[in-house]
Design a protein around this ligand. Structure first.
Ligand SMILES: C[S@@+](CC[C@H](N)C(=O)[O-])C[C@H]1O[C@@H](n2cnc3c(N)ncnc32)[C@H](O)[C@@H]1O
Length: 443
C-alpha cells in the first residue's frame, strides 16, 4: 500500500487496518472500519469529493461525532459538506486515476471548496456566537450560520416544537383552503400536536411519493411570470421538499435546486427518488442556507408548517435582492359536488373542521400566511388528473389527518369511501380536480 504523507498517524492507522474499506474517489478517499463501514464508503462519486455522494454525507446522516485530536477546526473537513449545500461555484478538478493502462489524468466538474475560514467558523461554533459568516466575498460561501452549524453538526433532524399556526386545511389534513390558524395544535397529553402532524408524513413517505398529485406546468409558467425571470439557471431552495415532487419539476425547468427537509422518512424517500440532488436537513424557521444566496424559495404544500414570525424573515434573508418566495397548495376543488361531499365525510370521520366553501380573500390570505406588507401576488391554477380508485384512496389517506388518526380508523373510512365512490365512478377511474393556490412575494 502506498503510504500517505499528509494524513497523520490516526488516519494512516485506520487506512492500513486489516479489513479497512476505502471509498472509491481517486483523490479524496475515505477509510472506514467496523460494521457500518461499507454503508459509509459506498457510492463515492468522482465529481463529489465531500458532498451528498461522498462518505461525509453518510456520516452526517448517521449522526457521527467529530473528535479533533491535536487538530483545529481549520482542518475539520465536516464543514466542507456545508459548502456543497449552498449554491456554490463549480470548477474543474483534476487528479490521477489508475487505469488498466497506467496512471491517467482525469478532470471532473465539482463544487469549489475552501477551508479558508474554517478556524473562524469553528470558533463561532464552539462559542455559540454569531459572526462566523459575513455576507460578501468568500464569506458568502459559508453555508450555515454558526448557531445553525452547531445543529447541523449534531444532526438535529427533528425540529423545535411548533409555535406557529397550521393553515386552514381541507379535512384530509395539511393542504387546501386558505391560510388560517384553525388547524389543531393541542397539548402534550397524548393529543395531536402540530409537530406530530408535521412529522406524520415520515411514516408514510413511500405512499406519499406514489399517490400524491403533482403540480401542473401552468403553475411553473405562473411562477416564472411573477418572479420576472425564467427558472432555467435560477438558484432555488425548495423548502419542505418532502419526497421531491416539486424539486423534480423545478429541475426539469432547468433550475439549480437545493432541497431543505426536516423529516427523516421524507428525506430518505427523496434520496431514493432523486439521487445526487442536494438535500439539506433543516426547516423553514431556521434555514440552513447562506444570506442572499438564492433567486427563489419554494414551499410546495409546506409553508403552513412553519412559524411565520421566523420563516418570513428567514426567507427574506436567504433571498437575493429581486428574488421571490413562492408558496402554493393543491386544494381539492370543493365546487365539484363529489369532492365537497367527500370533504364533509372526512371532516366528520377525522373530527376536523370542514374546508371553507369559499376562497379566503387576498388580504385574508396574506394576513394568515404572515405576508402582510410585502409585495405579494396571488393566483389560482386549476387542473385535474384521472387516477384509479385505489390510487385516489391512497392519496387521501396519505394526508396528515389520517396519518395521525391511525390505521383502524383509516381502514374503516376507506372501506366506506370505496363504496361511495363506486357509485360516482363505476368504471373505477376517479377524476380529482384541484385549484393550486399560489402566493408569490418579490423581495
Ligand atoms: C405536505 S408535505 C409537502 C412535500 C412536498 N413539498 C410536495 O410538494 O409534495 C409537507 C412537508 O413539509 C415538511 N415540514 C414540516 N415542518 C416543516 C417546517 N417547519 N419547515 C419546512 N418544512 C416542513 C414535512 O416534513 C413535509 O415533507
Amino acid at each position: 500500500m502506498v503510504p500517505t504523507h499528509i494524513g497523520g498517524r490516526i488516519p494512516e492507522t485506520v487506512r492500513t487496518w486489516p479489513g479497512a474499506l476505502r471509498s472509491a474517489h481517486p483523490q479524496t478517499s475515505f477509510a472506514a472500519i467496523g460494521a457500518g463501514a461499507f454503508a459509509i464508503v459506498d457510492g463515492h462519486a468522482p465529481d463529489c469529493r465531500l458532498g451528498e455522494r461522498s462518505p461525509l454525507a453518510r456520516l452526517e446522516e448517521a449522526g457521527a461525532r467529530i473528535l479533533l485530536l491535536g487538530a483545529g477546526f481549520d482542518s475539520c473537513t465536516a464543514f466542507q459538506l456545508a459548502e456543497y449545500r449552498i449554491p456554490a461555484p463549480r470548477v474543474d478538478v483534476s487528479f490521477a486515476v489508475m487505469t488498466p493502462d497506467g496512471r491517467r489524468w482525469h478532470t471532473v466538474r465539482d463544487t469549489s471548496i475552501s477551508e479558508e475560514r474554517f478556524a473562524e467558523l469553528g470558533a463561532a461554533f464552539r462559542d455559540g456566537t454569531p459572526g462566523g459568516a459575513r455576507p460578501g466575498g468568500r464569506g458568502r460561501r459559508t453555508a450555515v450560520r454558526p448557531g445553525r452549524r452547531r445543529r447541523l453538526c449534531r444532526r438535529l433532524a427533528g425540529r423545535t416544537p411548533a409555535q406557529g399556526w397550521v393553515r386552514a386545511v381541507n379535512p384530509a389534513g395539511e393542504h387546501g383552503g386558505s391560510p388560517s390558524p384553525r388547524g389543531r395544535s393541542r397539548g402534550e397529553d397524548g393529543e395531536m400536536t402540530t409537530t406530530t402532524r408535521a412529522h406524520s408524513f415520515n411514516r408514510a413517505a413511500a405512499q406519499y411519493a406514489a399517490s400524491r398529485p403533482s403540480y401542473p406546468p401552468a403553475l411553473f409558467d405562473t411562477v416564472e411570470e411573477l418572479m420576472g425571470r425564467s427558472l432555467a439557471g435560477a438558484r432555488v431552495a425548495d423548502v419542505g421538499a418532502g419526497t421531491g415532487i416539486a424539486t423534480a419539476l423545478l429541475r426539469e425547468r432547468g433550475a439549480e435546486v437545493v432541497a431543505v427537509e426536516p423529516g427523516d422518512g421524507m428525506a430518505a424517500q427523496f434520496r431514493t427518488a432523486l439521487p445526487g440532488v442536494p438535500i439539506v436537513r433543516g426547516d423553514g424557521d431556521a434555514l440552513p442556507l447562506a444570506t442572499a444566496s438564492v433567486d427563489l424559495i419554494t414551499y410546495a404544500q409546506a409553508w403552513h408548517w412553519t412559524d411565520t414570525a421566523r420563516s418570513v424573515p428567514e426567507a427574506l434573508r436567504v433571498l437575493r435582492h429581486g428574488g421571490a418566495l413562492a408558496l402554493w397548495w393543491n386544494i381539492a376543488a370543493t365546487d365539484v359536488p363529489w369532492i365537497s361531499a367527500q370533504s364533509e365525510r372526512i371532516a366528520h370521520h377525522c373530527g376536523v373542521t370542514p374546508p371553507p366553501t369559499t376562497r379566503t380573500d387576498d388580504r385574508g390570505a396574506a394576513r394568515l400566511a404572515g405576508l402582510e406588507g410585502l409585495r405579494l401576488t396571488r393566483r389560482q391554477v386549476r387542473w385535474s388528473r384521472t387516477v384509479s380508485l385505489d390510487l385516489h384512496l391512497s392519496n387521501i389517506s396519505s394526508h396528515s389527518a389520517f396519518l395521525v388518526l391511525g390505521e383502524p380508523g383509516t381502514r374503516a373510512f376507506l372501506a366506506e369511501e370505496r363504496t361511495h365512490l363506486r357509485d360516482v365512478f363505476p368504471d373505477g377511474e376517479v377524476e380529482e380536480s384541484y385549484e393550486v393556490d399560489l402566493l408569490v412575494v418579490r423581495r
